[in-house]
Ligand binder design. Sequence first.
Ligand SMILES: Nc1ncnc2c1ncn2[C@@H]1O[C@H](COP(=O)(O)OP(=O)(O)OP(=O)(O)O)[C@@H](O)[C@H]1O
Ligand SMILES: [Mg+2]
Length: 493
Amino acid sequence: MELLKMEHISKSFFGVKVLDDVSLTIQQGEIHALLGENGAGKSTLMNILSGVYTRDAGSVTFEGKELSNGSISASEQAGIAFVHQELNIFNDLEVYENLFLGKEITGFGGRLDKKAMIREAEELFRQMDVPLKPRLLAGDLVTGAKQVLEIAKALHSKAKLIILDEPTTALNNNEVEHFFRLIRDLRDKGTAFIFISHKMPEIFALADHYTVLRNSRFISSGVIAETTPEQITRDMVGETYANEDLYVQRELGDVVLKVDQLTGEKFSNVSFSCRKGEILGVTGLQGAGCSEVLQAIFGAIPVLSGNIEIHGQLAGDETIHKAMKKGVGMIPANRKENSVLPDMTLLENTYLSRHTIDTRNPSISKRAEQKRYDSYKQTLNIKANRSDDLIVSLSGGNQQKIILARWLDTDAQILLMDNPTQGIDVGAKEEIYRLILKLAESGKTIIVNTLEIPELKKIADRCIVFYHGGIAADLAHDEIEENAVMMYSTGAR
Ligand SMILES: Nc1ncnc2c1ncn2[C@@H]1O[C@H](COP(=O)(O)OP(=O)(O)OP(=O)(O)O)[C@@H](O)[C@H]1O
Ligand SMILES: [Mg+2]
């Protein structure tokens, strides 16, 4: 049965058309993948559906009834829930408070019935089979757990249609498995899902139907079982897309980074070194310590014992500023919380780090910056209008490209990248791999933390696998392989 019909939807922002006569039909109890390159218009279409934006033209019918235009409460009441691309958790509230925000249970005299809410939260988490605790402060959750909380919020609202905008970017492989089981289970009970993702394997593992958008327009729609990743990629990119093997073995230089018996809150006795021009992959399940080790090298979290040597210099009590002065750069995971400066323009967000590292020339020349920005815009294929627009006006993937440009633009000789291609479409990912390889070729050292093994196979000279806060394996390029990595990262080997 038809649940949702969006027809001839158009939308412009400041005279720029970002949706042009787009249609989308969703059946009851299906998982429908909504696909397209960065900036294609996916999130905008979903923002129209959930009432965040008003449509300029077109109609939306849900369960046979016309949905009012631009009303969040009307969409919510109709049974549409939206799990946004960027997390919307209040860090200073407890988990159950986030869950019940705006829908609090009140008891006698209108007082909040805390006990009832906590009980209900516990019951929901039990049904979902997730280890969330109602009384924890949301700010203390790891990103993966926050994502699970977002989904719990949608489930809690008893939605008939749940929009998931790239829900797995922060989940590890086990969590993804688990999460998919939950979604399938709910689908079988009649809930419909719109699933936005840039990860082909997930799309083919989960979705029943798909719709592809390109350049603000509808391109194709159909049954997942009757198409292929290649076909869908062609529809998304609009031309033949070559999935080449980009990796070439290179001559490496001297050791530029040495970590010796490094111990922090989430990792212990970690030792490894890295050469000039090397691309070192780091991987492991969420909580295995990968991300924390990078953060410690960058001075973002404290080290309890052990040494970090950068260019032969001991770097004991690092602060971010000191690390940057030594030529270390970092692209952190979770761009909304850690990277994006929402009040700043695209241009400012881009040149920010270079001006902190490069103090020889403290003055900012707008013209020079604009030129550099333009060249990054071209190589990274950033979809944006004017460089003085606010960064938050860009699509998620395009914001991520600005953050990449911010660090590619510095003199940093050692670049730490934590999940650098989060939310980036297939075509642009290839461009970024090319760029990382080129940077390494030019002598920069790059450490990439990622859960995507194919990504490591494309670029890494070596890969260290973390398990429970320590190094379980150090694999050479040729040994990087899905099964082997899985075995080490789960402690099976
Ligand atoms: N509030 C806004 N103001 C101005 N432009 C906007 C706004 N929101 C979105 N856009 C523009 O609309 C276009 C489509 O963006 P949208 O976020 O829908 O893309 P997307 O398909 O979700 O991409 P991604 O995969 O990167 O998330 C982009 O060019 C974006 O810059
Ligand atoms: Mg988006």
